[in-house]
Design a protein around this ligand. Structure first.
Ligand SMILES: Nc1nc2c(ncn2[C@@H]2O[C@H](COP(=O)(O)OP(=O)(O)O)[C@@H](O)[C@H]2O)c(=O)[nH]1
Ligand SMILES: [Mg+2]
Length: 449
């Protein structure tokens, strides 16, 4: 999602790391490039300028931290400042002590409100005890909007409160709250109407709904692909309605990502979630520090592990995290991963979070993995004995022949899989060397000493 920016920053830091001694000029040169990279990613110019200024303050002329060389010192400062820019206020959503907790979603037309309402409901239901939320279809501006939410509710088995098109958004909201009390719903998510542009009529309607439902969270859904326009819209909505948080949708698109990096710094409103696809499970909780690491090319093992936790049990997820960190994945893990992938969402999405996947993707022929190939890989691994899966090194020619015959594939397919597995293992090893033992990757090891 921030590929271009990540690539540029990595290049800057690599160049910096290649220099033995860092003078003030070297740092300034690097920081100029960092600022250029941020601007090219569509980061608000003031945000970029201030970030670079703070990094400079932290690096030039300030004493080195123990164990860090000058280049690592710079990377560390950039990571901290990026995290700072992405932070600001409460990023979590807390249930109200007096349920239902009411979440009102607002935004321009097409920003992703309705989709996000369903995603969020699904996300909330994943909590222990699977609390069933209620969706309220309070967009009566577009006739199809109610149907869209009703359809999503049906698909996800989440109740939707709706009324005929002759009703009003305000009535639906009020009656929806009543319905939630009847059902004992712990969460109410109110989907509202939008416009192509902010106008007084829309704001008046939203203010009225806000007053009627007293939301604990008033979240603005913004389309990340609209770049700085999204930042501006967020500022306006916040001024008029008083937002408690932002959800950035469509970060899976080829957005340059600058909106994400500027929006909190400019508006003071924290990002709470990001949308990374059209499907209902393509929503991620937002963590500033993880996002900063991701932008700096460190991958995001923690988010990946969280996703995996949703489909496999926690104990397995912990083991997997350990294996990722220690680079001791075997073919059993690969098989389990393949099977989980379908439930996890798109492969590219998941693999983007694995440190170094960008590099793997480039090295693998064809880049993306297709479904047919997935099935073949699954068949091949299933044809192996337990020992072979644990230790692929034992796979000599005759074993490979047997496996190919058993799985209805060719020896070439088997070889390809093993090569691919070795690549992944190698990358994992490199990555695990780069990471510290703590919960967050140790950036200081990004650069050669
Ligand atoms: N790729 C992608 N598409 C999204 C995302 N969120 C929403 N969409 C799409 O954006 C379009 C508008 O979404 P919708 O929820 O109807 O927007 P609304 O008018 O604000 O309610 C739909 O086609 C959605 O599938 C996202 O995170 N990624
Ligand atoms: Mg809608």
């Amino acid at each position: 999602m921030f590929d271009a920016l990540t690539n540029k920053l990595t290049a800057v830091f690599q160049k910096l790391g290649g220099k033995g001694h860092l003078g003030e000029k070297d740092v300034d040169e690097a920081l100029r490039e960092v600022r250029m990279a941020l601007l090219e990613a569509d980061v608000n110019f003031r945000v970029a300028r201030d970030l670079v200024a703070r990094v400079r303050e932290k690096t030039v002329g300030s004493p080195l931290m123990q164990g860090l060389n000058p280049a690592q010192h710079v990377v560390k400062a950039v990571n901290e400042e990026l995290t700072g820019v992405l932070s600001g206020g409460e990023h979590r959503m807390r249930p109200s002590p007096k349920p239902p907790t009411v979440i009102m979603l607002v935004g321009l037309q097409g920003s992703g409100k309705t989709t996000t309402a369903a995603k969020l409901a699904l996300h909330l239901r994943r909590a222990p005890g699977n609390p069933q939320p209620l969706l309220v279809a309070a967009d009566l501006r577009r006739p199809a909007a109610v149907d869209q939410l009703v359809a999503l509710g049906k698909q996800l088995d989440i109740p939707v409160y709706s009324e005929a098109a002759t009703s009003t958004a305000l009535k639906v909201s009020l009656n929806g709250m009543e319905k939630a009390r009847q059902l004992g719903s712990p969460w109410v998510l109110v989907d509202t109407g939008g416009r192509l542009h902010i106008d007084e009529e829309l704001m008046a309607e939203l203010r009225a709904i806000k007053e009627a439902v007293s939301p604990h969270e008033l979240l603005l859904v913004v389309d990340a692909m609209t770049g700085q326009d999204a930042v501006q819209a967020a500022g306006e909505f916040h001024k008029q309605l008083g937002l408690t948080g932002l959800i950035l949708s469509k970060l899976d698109g080829d957005a340059r990502g600058g909106a994400a990096l500027s929006i909190t710094a400019v508006t003071g409103v924290p990002i709470k979630f990001i949308g990374t696809g059209e499907k209902s499970d393509a929503l991620e909780a937002f963590y500033p520090d993880r996002m900063a690491s991701r932008i700096l090319g460190m991958g995001d093992v923690l988010t990946l592990v969280e996703r995996v936790e949703q489909v496999i049990d926690e104990k397995r997820a912990l083991e997997l995290e350990k294996k990722l960190r220690h680079a001791s994945l075997d073919l059993n893990d690969m098989l389990e991963q393949l099977r989980a992938v379908k439930k996890l969402g798109s492969i590219a999405n998941v693999l983007d979070m694995v440190p170094g996947f960008g590099a793997i993707k480039k090295r693998l022929p064809g880049g993306d993995v297709d479904e047919g190939r997935l099935k073949r890989v699954e068949a091949i691994i299933l044809s192996m004995t337990a020992r072979e899966r644990k230790d692929p090194e034992v796979l000599n020619g005759s074993r490979r022949k047997r496996i190919a015959a058993g799985s209805g594939t060719t020896v070439q397919d088997v070889n390809q899989l093993l090569n691919q597995f070795r690549e992944i293992q190698k990358m994992m090893k490199q990555m695990s060397k780069m990471q510290g033992k703590g919960r967050t990757p140790d950036l200081s090891r990004l650069l050669p000493r």
